[in-house]
Write a protein that binds this ligand. Structure first.
Ligand SMILES: Cc1cc2nc3c(=O)[nH]c(=O)nc-3n(C[C@H](O)[C@H](O)[C@H](O)COP(=O)(O)OP(=O)(O)OC[C@H]3O[C@@H](n4cnc5c(N)ncnc54)[C@H](O)[C@@H]3O)c2cc1C
Length: 418
């Protein structure tokens, strides 16, 4: 059984040497996932940028996710209108559309198996009226005409399963090979002058003589501005942000190539995501396998039999794949927030952080990285808009935060089974 299928099919993974000794930069970026790489690519043409990556480029959530490209924000526009008011909701929609345009420039220039089409499938009866209201709101108020309703019968033919009760097609979404996208972003950033040090963990930062000094075990970076990323792995360096983001683990399995069966499953080759609290999400890969994400846990560490855990959920949707082997299975850690909107903001003067995309960072995170870079260069509007979205601390303080959240999440996960 293989591990991460994306690593097995990565195009080109150069070894980027760890930091050795002391260096200077205008901006130091911590983390080489989508957010850090988005920041580094934006900064590199105009500033000296050094990226510190604890492991390898894209080795965390960025190179382990479902590759599903969702449009909009993690919360829908009706929710945002209530939470932040009409004007900011409109500005957040425009920001997400800018992120989509930015994402297109990436997929146009980086080979990463981009395929358009995203289907949201309802796992329970009912919900047609809410979906119809959403399509109408998006068309009328936001001018977004890429959504269409699909009924249960048509969806069953499209997906090759009768597990769903209808849903929505979003022609603006799609799917990618996220690790190849990230490796391409790293190539673009280094070509523009960014220096990326892999296997270099930032341990702490402090101020010294008006500058920021970032400490690692093998050297230091002295910089003017600092950008902290790490979806599910922000450490104490991010200060107050840490109480607002909780790590959880999610699991993915990939089958052997499906052969002729592939033609009967997801005929349009879209990505699919369902309405469960612990979402099942799936799609075909460029070489005709089924990549299926489903299953979570809320404690440090992954279960031993990830393939077995995901397979149970996969067979509920596709019982006809009972004889198809799973060849790869892996887990990943992502950050969630109470509001499910990412925490983005300035955590200390000149130090900005972004984390907690709550499972929807493939399209947004590269652009949030760009916005963090722009803020470091003095253009702060995008970061300020995102910082106005409430992401309250998890209840319970340092000691009780984890058990209280686990209890809450487990309850919602249980409701999926009712
Ligand atoms: C299993 C799974 C499935 C998902 N599916 C989807 C999906 O289908 N669609 C979607 O939109 N989103 C999905 N997501 C979420 C998406 O992957 C993330 O939102 C996105 O990748 C976040 O990117 P990032 O750069 O902010 O964080 P990360 O990818 O976590 O990158 C942060 C980097 O920072 C490094 N780092 C952390 N601390 C330090 C330190 N102190 N020093 C140096 N380096 C450090 C880490 O090693 C890591 O490489 C999924 C996530 C997971 C785990």
């Amino acid at each position: 059984m293989g591990g991460n299928w994306y690593e097995a099919t990565a195009h080109d993974r150069p070894d980027l040497p760890p930091l050795q000794g002391d260096t200077q930069a205008d901006v130091c970026v911590v983390g080489a996932g989508f957010t850090g790489l988005g920041a580094a690519s934006t900064l590199a043409p105009v500033a000296k940028v050094v990226v510190l990556e604890a492991d390898r480029v894209g080795s965390a959530a960025t190179g382990r996710n479902g590759g599903q490209v969702h449009t909009g924000q993690r919360r829908d526009q009706a929710w945002l209108e209530k939470a932040v008011g009409r004007d900011d909701a409109m500005a957040l929609w425009r920001l997400a559309e800018d992120a989509r345009a930015h994402f297109k420039t990436l997929t146009d220039t980086i080979p990463c198996d981009w395929r358009p089409g995203m289907i949201h499938a309802r796992h329970k009866r009912g919900g047609e009226a809410e979906d119809a209201a959403h399509v109408a709101l998006m068309a009328e108020r936001y001018g977004y005409d890429q959504l269409a309703l699909v009924d249960a019968a048509d969806l069953a033919v499209e997906l090759g399963t009768d597990a769903y009760h209808g849903g929505l097609v979003d022609r603006g979404g799609g799917h990618v090979h996220p690790l190849n996208l990230a490796l391409g972003m790293a190539r673009q950033a280094t070509a523009a002058g960014a220096v990326i040090h892999e296997r270099t963990r930032a341990e702490a930062w402090r101020r010294e003589g008006g500058k920021i000094v970032v400490e690692t075990v093998s050297g230091r970076v002295t910089c003017e501005q600092l950008i902290l990323t790490g979806d599910g792995s922000l450490n104490a360096m991010a200060g107050a942000a840490r109480a607002r983001v909780m790590p959880i683990n999610n699991f993915i399995a990939v089958t052997e190539p499906l052969g002729a069966l592939a033609d009967t499953i997801i005929r349009s080759n879209a990505a699919v995501s369902d309405s469960r609290f612990v979402v099942n999400y799936f799609r075909k890969t460029a070489d005709g396998r089924l990549l299926f994400g489903g299953g979570e846990n809320y404690r440090p560490g992954f279960p031993r039999d990830i393939a077995g855990l995901v397979r149970k959920n996969l067979l509920k949707v596709y019982p006809q794949l009972a004889d198809v082997a799973i060849t790869h299975a892996w887990g990943g850690t992502l950050g969630i927030t109470m509001s499910r909107m990412p925490f983005v903001g300035e955590v200390a003067p000149g130090v900005r952080a972004a984390s907690g995309y709550s499972g929807q960072g493939v399209m947004l995170a590269p652009y949030v990285g760009r916005l963090l870079a722009e803020a470091a260069l003095g253009k702060t509007a995008g970061v300020e808009l995102l910082a106005r979205v409430p992401t309250p601390p998890f209840p319970g303080g340092r000691l009780l935060r984890w058990p209280l959240t686990v209890a809450g999440l487990s309850w919602y996960a249980l409701r999926d089974r009712l």
